[in-house]
Design a protein around this ligand. Structure first.
Ligand code: PHB
Length: 394
């Protein structure tokens, strides 16, 4: 090998090393501030599933956060954002170490994201003890803004008990007879069913049966659907999301239950790409959620247009929750006296109302979102399918 080719080899190895550093977000080893930011930059960790049944949700959240950044010149609170994205995977085994790496190795100022309730519960103590702010942009685990709340944890999404409970009185009023409850066997599945059941029974509703399916492993729902058909249920309430929601709703129709035994659930059941894949099989499904692309307000119209232009598809609740997390950080970083955990959480306490595509909302005293829930029904509209808003659930 000649001198010229050796030096070009060294140059390209050096180039690769710099590139790898930038890609892995490890520039923090050169950052002397220790606070995940230098000068007018801020390093933000985005932790969302890029693999597993919830990968489509992660993609939507990434898009929502990126759209806000693009609309604001790549800055939050006047600081240029360096975004470090990590894969949450399908549960705490992958999600917790990924969060720890973002904080300890990449030295981000804050982490945004987390889809899965079990995963957020698994990382709660780490964020609380390391005094790093975590903005939960999906996971609904009730305790995160309840029994195990932390001054370092804030949520821009919903809690499982509230989004599911919102539909209880409506179903009790609509259905003349008992309702069967079915959900994936993990924290969110159990909390969604419990939240719905409490509100439904308080409104006079009766339960025909309750079943939990192995999370992330169930593709064939036929045995469960047979049990439902053999029961005296007049309707079904379910929580599935991502890939599981597509299989459940399609098989519900194929099994002949759709139309005869109305299907209800939290709106994740028929959201975004999931609804596109379910198509006609989802028509008539009624859900409760804090967002729909169909909400008739100027802020939402502008958001839907911007999202469609950039990503060539309609936005979802997951995108909105991450978009709003960026809006919250924008306000908090503008107010904060620095990017340390304590300074940032103090500023988070003063962000005030958020002007969101879902309608205006604010943090409550436990750092959960105070918001309105909508009653939605899947309808076909102009050759596609939408979650039409058919009522307010308070
Ligand atoms: C959760 O695990 O909290 C969860 C996951 C997916 C959803 C909603 C909640 O769509």
């Amino acid at each position: 090998m000649g001198v010229r080719s050796v030096s070009s080899l060294i140059r390209s190895i050096a180039g690769l090393a710099v590139g790898a550093l930038a890609l892995s977000g490890c520039g923090s080893s050169l950052d002397q501030s220790g606070g995940g930011s230098s000068g007018s930059d801020v390093k933000v960790g985005l932790l969302v599933p890029l693999s597993g049944v919830y990968a489509p949700l992660g993609e939507d959240m990434r898009n929502g956060f990126q759209l806000y950044l693009d609309q604001h010149g790549g800055k939050l609170g006047g600081r240029t954002v360096k975004l470090v994205t990590a894969d949450e995977g399908e549960g705490p085994q992958t999600g917790v170490p990924a969060a720890q790496k973002l904080v300890t190795q990449d030295q981000v100022t804050t982490v945004v994201g987390v889809v899965n309730s079990a995963t957020v519960l698994g990382m709660r103590d780490f964020f609380h003890e390391s005094k790093k702010p975590l903005l939960v942009a999906n996971a609904g685990a009730d305790a995160i803004t309840g029994a195990r709340k932390s001054e370092y944890i804030w949520r821009t999404s919903f809690s499982n008990g509230k989004v599911s409970g919102a539909l209880g009185p409506e179903v009790a009023k609509d259905v003349k007879g008992k309702v069967y409850l079915i959900a994936p066997d993990y924290a969110a599945g159990r909390e969604m069913v419990a939240g719905f059941r409490k509100a439904f029974e308080a409104a006079g509703g009766k339960v025909a049966g309750e079943k939990y399916t192995p999370f992330g492993k169930t593709q064939d729902f036929q045995p469960y659907l047979s049990t439902i058909r053999a029961s005296d249920a007049k309707a079904v309430y379910t929580f599935y999301s991502g890939a599981e929601a597509v299989s459940f709703v399609k098989q519900y129709k194929q099994f002949g239950l759709a139309g005869k035994t109305p299907l209800y659930g939290p709106g994740f059941l028929t959201e975004g790409g999931v609804l596109a894949a379910q198509g006609q099989t989802a028509v008539g499904v009624k859900t409760s959620l804090h967002y729909s692309t169909e909400l008739d307000n100027p802020r939402n119209k502008e958001f839907v247009d911007g999202y469609r232009k950039k990503f060539n598809e309609p936005p979802t609740v997951f995108a909105v929750q991450a978009y709003d997390a960026a809006a919250v950080l924008d306000k908090a970083l503008a107010k904060a006296s620095g990017t340390g955990g304590e300074e940032l959480v103090k500023a988070l306490g003063g962000v005030g109302p958020i002007d969101s595509p879902r309608g205006q909302w604010s943090f409550d005293a436990d750092h959960n979102v105070q918001q309105k829930f909508y009653l939605r029904e899947v309808k076909s509209s102009g050759g596609t399918f939408v979650n039409a808003v058919i009522g307010d659930l308070g």
